[in-house]
Each structure stands twice: as C-alpha cells, then as structure tokens.
Design a binder for this molecule. Structure first.
Ligand code: GLY
Ligand code: MN
Ligand code: MN
Length: 455
C-alpha cells in the first residue's frame, strides 16, 4: 500500500529559491527590443487588467507575459512605453495611482515613485496622466504594439488621432503601426541563465507534485483529489498557481486531450494520466505522467506504456542544437507506429502505416512545443517556411502519447487506455538538459515509488 503521507525530506532543497530576474536583465531586454526597431519608432505594451469572475469577485491576477518580460512590474492596469533615444529616459511606465482608501481594501500599491525606485523604469506616472502619451509619442514615425490586443490598438489609434488633430500646431502623428509581438517573441524564445534557474525551479516543484499524486492514488479516490494533491504541492512551494488547468484523467478520460472535468472516481486496474505544471515566478512547468491507480501495471498497460516510454526517451535524447522539432516528431511517429504494429493494434508494413497516417487513430497531437512564460510559449516554429533548428537556451516539451479508442476492432485489453509521458528539456550547447527528471517515468520505478520505496 502506498504511504498515506508523502515524506518531505526529498523536497527540502526546493526551499532554496532561485534569484528573481535582475533589474539590469529587464533593461537589457528592453535594449534588445529597441535595437530591433526601425529608426524613430516607439513601443507600447499594456499589462493585464483584472477580470471579473462574478459579482465583486475577480479572477486571480496574472500579469501579461510580454509586459512582464520587459519590466517585471507586477500590478494590473499598467502600460509600458519605450522611447528609443529619449534623453529624459527611454522606459516610461503608467500605473495605478497611490490611493490610501483603495489601498486599505486591496493592499499597498507600488505607485510611480516605487516603479522608478524598485523596477528600474526611467519615469513613471499615474494612469490618470495617460494624456501625456500624446506628447511622449509626438514625432515617432511608427508605433510598435501588440496588434492583436484590441485595447492597445484603441489606445494607439487614440494617440494617432489626437496628434493628427494637432498637426497644424506642429504635432507629428505616427504613420505606421507595427507588431511588437513578432519581435518580442523571438527574444523570448531563447532563455537566459536567470530564466532557466526559474524554470528549473518550476519543474522541480511540478515533479514533486507528481510524486505526491502517485503516492496518494488508490481505487475509489476521485480525480479531483489527485488534483488537490498536485496543487497543494505547488502552493506549498510558493508556486501560487498552476501554469494551466490541471488534467487528471482516469481510465478512458485520459484519451480526452484537454480533459478538465477531473470529476470521476478512479477505478481499480485502470491508469490515470496527470498533466500538470506549476507556474513559478510566471515560468511554466509542464509534466505528464501516467500510472496505475492501484500502483501495479497490468501486462497490457505495461506493454503499451513501454512503447510510449521508449519513444519518449529516444525523443528526449535527440534534443540538440541544429535538430528540428519536426524531425523529433517524425522519430516519435516511427517508434509509436512500430510499437502499435508489434502489439497488433496496426497491421501491415511500418512505412505504409506512416505514409497513410494510420497512426493518427492513436496519436494525433504533435510531440513538442516551446515552454517559458507561457506553457505554449511564443516564437515561431518555422523560419522561411522551414522547420526551425533548435538553439541553445530554447526550452521544449517532449510529450508523445497513445490514446486507444474503445472500439470493437481493438483487442479488449487495450480499449480506452490513454498514455502520455511529458518532460521539459533545455537545448544546451552539448545537447540537452532534462528539467523534469525528479519524477520517475520507468514503469518499475513508478511502481516502487507508489509502494513507498525510496525512488
Ligand atoms: N499541458 C498542455 C500541454 O501539454 O501542451
Ligand atoms: Mn505540453
Ligand atoms: Mn502538458
């Protein structure tokens, strides 16, 4: 029987927290962004606002990733303006005003003085002073902003109209709106040492949570109870939110790729798939493990599991500079298809099954995505129409799976089994570094951990 109370000794080192991103790193990111822009451009990047959940209650605030990347300012309703070459300062922030009455309700606000002092922007103003934007942006030929953000577009359009209306008095309105996201997302794709330290921590917390869920699993418990174990561990270690909705899918629920109900009872002799990652300092972990609810794989479960595991281990080991995610995916497809033929779930020749995409009945998602401030992180997957070569500092997931339909033509022992194994991997100069190795994935090791052994 698995231990009722997971021990914490293995997790003690998690209490050593990595350093936050330094102010000069934020400044360097802003410099790099500005260096990519044409002459006489300016940037506006809004932070996130609060969203109403229901009457008088709001969803937990989560800062916009692009905004965070450029300044780290943590409050809602802020706006960052970058003005390359401006003598009075290139980084200007608008933020919530200090207000003793509001602060009595919702806590201390940083305010403009605090923003300059503690976040390293050059100048900051209350949001009530946003009309200053017109003067700040007067004479800039192009404005770079997130074009997909309607409120940013409305703001930029407002500035353009105000300055156009003052043209006779010498004001110069921007002629061009450019997409800051495209430039920024290329920068975000390669992680610095400071970012990697935060991601290692997010992944270690995520791994600890998966270990805890494995130990707490048994038939008769509910999917949401394993979710509770996972999220308990996240918060305990200072990761105050999951990086995405925790997925706990027992039995055939594992075949629903973005299952979020987490409401079913876990049955004996079935597998449970958990896809869950902690968000630490806004960086995401993203781990999937699949394990037997009762701690012991059946022969059929194990056979299918080992096919996914072998594909996953080979794919992880293939991560290196110059390799493409497309090539890694093709390798996974080949390994999974060969395994499906071996188990009698597909018939015929390997190449024929790959060419006809017969494997898609069992595996229809791709193997990898970028990981960073967003779980499906930004940055394009293709360059000039070709799959992009990996470079040191990129972080990717590797997450093959098999999802067997509950259909009459499938051998009964395999019906309704869903398996995915997901790790997070940094591309290094020599090859790869796995961030999520603290939680076992070999079937024997999972069984040993669930028995309460030291794994
Ligand atoms: N958790 C979402 C994903 O693995 O892509
Ligand atoms: Mn993923
Ligand atoms: Mn995942």
């Amino acid at each position: 029987m698995p231990a009722e109370h997971p021990e914490r000794t293995a997790l003690d080192t998690l209490d050593a927290r990595p350093a936050p991103i330094a102010l000069d790193e934020y400044a360097a990111r802003r410099e790099r962004l500005m260096a990519e822009l044409p002459e006489n451009a300016a940037v506006i990047v809004p932070g996130a606002g609060l969203k109403t959940r229901n009457r008088d209650s709001e969803y937990a605030f989560r800062q916009d990733s692009d905004f965070h990347y450029l300044c780290g300012f943590p409050e809602p309703d802020a706006l960052l303006v970058l003005l390359p070459g401006r003598e009075a300062g290139e980084a200007v922030l608008f933020c919530q005003e200090k207000d003793p009455l509001k602060e009595a309700w919702t806590g201390i606000r940083i305010g403009p003085e605090g923003a300059v002092r503690d976040y390293g922007v050059d100048e900051a103003f209350d949001n009530a002073e946003r009309s200053r934007l017109n003067d700040l942006l007067d004479g800039r030929r192009s404005l770079y902003l997130p074009l997909a953000d309607a409120s940013a577009m409305a703001l930029a359009e407002n500035v353009r109209q105000s300055l156009s209306a003052r043209a006779r008095r010498g004001a110069i309105a921007p002629e061009h709106f450019g997409d800051v996201s495209a430039v920024l997302h290329e920068l975000r794709l390669t992680k610095s040492e400071g970012e990697l330290a935060l991601m290692r921590h997010a992944c270690r917390i995520s791994a600890a949570a998966h270990r805890r869920a494995m130990r707490m699993s048994r038939p008769g418990r509910f999917e949401y109870q394993l979710q509770a174990e996972i999220e308990h561990e996240f918060v305990w270690h200072g990761a105050r939110a999951p990086a995405y909705g925790t997925i706990v899918g027992g039995g055939a629920n594992a075949c629903v790729l973005h299952y979020v109900e987490n409401a079913a009872e876990l049955a004996d002799d079935t597998l449970v798939l958990i896809d869950a990652g902690a968000e630490y300092a806004l960086y995401a972990g993203d781990i999937t493990r699949t394990f037997p609810v009762n701690g012991r794989f059946t022969a059929a479960q194990r056979a299918l599991y080992d096919v996914v595991l072998a594909a996953e281990e080979r794919a992880v080991a293939a991560v290196a500079p110059g390799v493409t995610l497309d090539a890694i995916h093709q390798g996974v497809v080949r390994d999974l298809t060969a395994g499906l033929i071996e188990l009698g779930l597909l018939e015929g020749e390997l190449d024929a099954n790959i060419d006809s995409q017969a494997y898609r009945r069992f595996y229809l998602h791709s193997t990898s995505h970028w990981l960073g401030l967003d779980v499906h992180d930004v940055g394009s997957y293709r360059v000039d129409g070709e799959p992009r070569a990996l470079e040191p500092g990129m972080v990717v997931t590797v997450e093959p799976g098999l999802y067997v339909p509950d259909a009459d033509d499938i051998p009964a022992a395999y019906r309704g089994i869903g398996i995915r194994i997901e790790d997070d991997v940094v591309v290094t100069a020599e090859g790869f570094e796995v961030l999520t190795g603290d939680v076992p994935k070999r079937a024997d090791e999972i069984e040993a951990l669930m028995r309460g052994d030291d794994v």
